[in-house]
Design a protein around this ligand. Structure first.
Ligand code: TTP
Ligand code: MG
Length: 386
């Protein structure tokens, strides 16, 4: 059966969330990321700011140089999480087959659900209208028979766009595009393909599969399929095996234990908040450290019991950090935390422990305060250092 898949991505999501709250920011160059006086990068830039050459990942200082009149705003993650939740709820009203990707994008398999609307296009319009009406966000939607084509389509029609690639039109649409538009094709693959004389998706599509397989192995089969508009991946809710990661790169490489500890604490608080938001608990905690020479190590521990309590995750991560610091005294440029082996929130009763319960209530109370008054409204002692 021919499928009908939407890829929906909100435009300049963090900025739109700020503009929804403060309409005076609309139509202006707005940058969410923080204070340009401090080291940090652009998380989201309004399309007005983008016309100055500003993009996500750019140092804030550079963004400020390119557009001194831009309005810089500190990110407020709890606000964005809440908006994301509402966004996903709206999507779920249009099809139960939804696969959220991050906070502001999702695949929706709407096969059959377009019928009452008359066409996929009309269903997509109705989705966009509802998102705008309820959240004041514009979204871009790509419509196609598979995920990869839908995703490329939504990317190409931004902002506030709608692009439908009808069945049979995939090659015509994909062929002229640069290979870098294919998901998974990063700078390295692009360079190798360039050395093979391949610049466009059409050129990659017409290579014999064996040639691509020989050069890239299994990944070659995938990108060759994508280039030909072939992608059998289903739209499905994220599985239990998924993980949550957060990391931070320091303004200056550091070995200051208290600072590292405070940064780690902050990251653990973030992942535990996301766990609670997703109604999950995690058993595996992985610490990542990148040293000044870019050498990266990871250290992992399994908790006795799956948890979503910030303090428990932090205690495990801190042990890993202390061990790593005892083994190597090299300045650190990045610290990260990943929690995996996620499960639902049911708890094994024999492990029930009043202290854990109390910590869980504390986390919940703090989260409610942050949701209401902003992420900086309340800080735990350790976070004051960062
Ligand atoms: P994106 O969808 O990639 O970016 P965007 O929504 O700001 O802009 P658009 O989709 O119109 O191109 O990412 C969604 C949010 O994720 C973004 O608003 C902020 C956050 N983000 C970061 O924090 N850092 C990043 O480097 C990127 C790319 C996004
Ligand atoms: Mg987006």
């Amino acid at each position: 059966m021919v499928r009908c898949i939407f890829h929906i991505d909100l435009d300049a999501f963090f900025v739109s969330a700020e503009q929804a709250l403060n309409p005076k920011l609309r139509g202006k160059p707005v940058i969410v990321g923080g204070d340009p006086e401090r080291r940090g990068v652009v998380a989201s830039a309004s399309y007005e700011a983008r016309s100055f050459g500003i993009h996500a990942g750019m140092p804030l200082s550079k963004a400020h140089r390119l557009c001194p009149q831009a309005i810089f705003i500190q990110a407020n993650f709890s606000r964005y999480r809440e908006a994301s939740h509402k966004f996903m709820e709206i999507l779920a009203d249009f099809s139960p087959c939804i696969e959220p990707l991050g906070l502001d994008e999702a695949y929706l398999d709407v096969t059959g659900y377009e019928k009452p609307y008359g066409s996929p296009w009309k269903l997509a319009l109705a989705t966009k209208e509802r998102i705008y009406k309820e959240l004041k966000f514009t979204a871009s939607i790509g419509i196609a028979t598979c995920k990869v084509v839908a995703k490329i389509a939504s990317d190409l029609c931004k902002p506030d766009g709608l692009l439908e690639i009808t069945p049979g039109e995939e090659h015509h649409f994909l062929n002229p595009l640069p290979v870098a538009k294919l998901p998974g094709v990063g700078k390295k693959t692009e360079q190798v393909l360039k050395e093979m004389g391949i610049a466009t998706i059409g050129e990659l599509a017409s290579l014999p599969l064996d040639t691509v397989k020989k050069r890239f192995g299994k990944f070659g089969i995938v990108i060759h399929g994508y280039a030909n508009g072939i992608d059998g991946r289903k739209v499905e809710a994220p599985g239990e095996s998924k993980s949550i990661s957060k990391q931070t790169t320091f303004a200056r490489d550091t070995l200051a234990h208290h600072f590292l500890e405070a940064s780690l604490h902050h990251l653990c608080e973030q992942v535990s908040a996301e766990l609670r938001y997703r109604d999950k608990r995690a058993r595996c905690v992985t610490l990542k450290l990148r040293y000044a020479d870019f050498k990266t190590i990871t250290r992992q521990v399994t908790l006795k019991e799956a948890s979503n309590v910030g303090r428990i995750i932090f205690t495990a991560a801190l042990q890993l950090l202390n061990k790593a610091l005892a083994q190597k005294e090299k300045p650190i440029r990045l610290i990260g935390i990943k929690i995996s082996n996620l499960s639902g929130k049911e708890r094994q009763l024999y492990m029930f422990n009043a202290e854990t319960e109390k910590l869980g209530h504390l986390d919940k109370a703090i989260q409610q305060i942050r949701r209401r008054y902003g992420s900086t409204a309340i800080k735990k002692g350790k976070d004051i250092l960062i």
